[in-house]
Design a protein. Structure first.
Length: 256
């Protein structure tokens, strides 16, 4: 069952950058913010803006907060086909619903570290959970780096990862996200609007972990601007969907 929820806008005077600058969070702390959204949903643009604000505030504060936007495909048949949508992202949202024992999925839905789910436009709720998660000391350390990063408009980059200790039931997701995207919507609930997106998930590779380290190839879409892309590594429990570790890499622009 797909349900649309009303937007609830919270008032919050303390910005994320203020909070994380004031916080003495542990080494290797992290927060992964996942938003399930769609260009066909009129309730989603406010949540998209919240995600962009969280990304900008985290970058300004140099805080380990990593933002991702998964464009689901169940809105595509309702007037506007989202060019970033994928059944894969819809299935990921259903995985969360199953883990959280929820009978429905909806947009916009925001999930923090795979554990805290709420309406994606509620920035105050997001900031509360971000502050709480940043204060926790992770039990697992994830290191991420480029073994090879192309200087050309290549479709593949090689990423090296290392995990210690290796937890049971864990899998590693390597997620390619692109910022600074725009779409002029011509049909559906957002018809006539230009939508702005950050953290749009363009590709995700899932690695079943056997060893504590390894390498993987990441596909870069031909239409993606490398200088606007990030690779986020998520170490996630396959059963509870709890994210146990997270790291981010920024792709180098072509001909830099």
């Amino acid at each position: 069952m797909i349900t649309r929820l009303l937007i609830v806008l919270g008032f919050f005077t303390l910005s994320l950058s203020d909070m994380v600058q004031a916080a003495d969070h542990p080494v290797n702390s992290f927060v992964v913010v996942e938003l399930f959204t769609s260009e066909g949903c009129s309730s989603c643009p406010p949540a998209d803006r919240v995600l962009s604000q969280l990304r900008q505030e985290a970058a300004k504060a140099q805080s380990p907060v990593y933002t991702l936007a998964y464009h689901v495909d169940y809105w595509d048949r309702l007037g506007w086909e989202d060019r970033f949508s994928s059944e894969q992202w819809t299935q990921r949202q259903y995985q969360y619903a199953q883990a959280m024992r929820s009978r429905q999925v909806y947009t916009p839905q925001m999930i923090i570290n795979g554990q805290h789910a709420f309406v994606g436009s509620r920035k105050a709720t997001a900031e509360k959970h971000i502050t709480s998660e940043l204060a926790k000391k992770p039990a697992v350390n994830l290191e991420l780096g480029f073994s090879q990063q192309s200087d050309e408009a290549a479709e593949l980059d090689t990423v090296h990862w290392q995990i210690h200790p290796l937890p049971p039931n864990a899998q590693l997701h390597l997620v390619l996200a692109e910022d600074h995207l725009k779409t002029q919507v011509r049909r559906g609930e957002n018809s006539g609007r230009q939508l702005h997106h950050d953290g749009v998930v363009r590709n995700m590779q899932t690695i079943k972990l056997i060893n504590t380290q390894g390498k993987a190839m990441i596909t870069i879409p031909q239409d993606a601007k490398r200088g606007h892309c990030r690779i986020i590594g998520l170490l996630q429990d396959q059963n509870s969907m709890r994210i146990m570790a997270g790291k981010q890499l920024t792709l180098r622009p072509i001909h830099e």
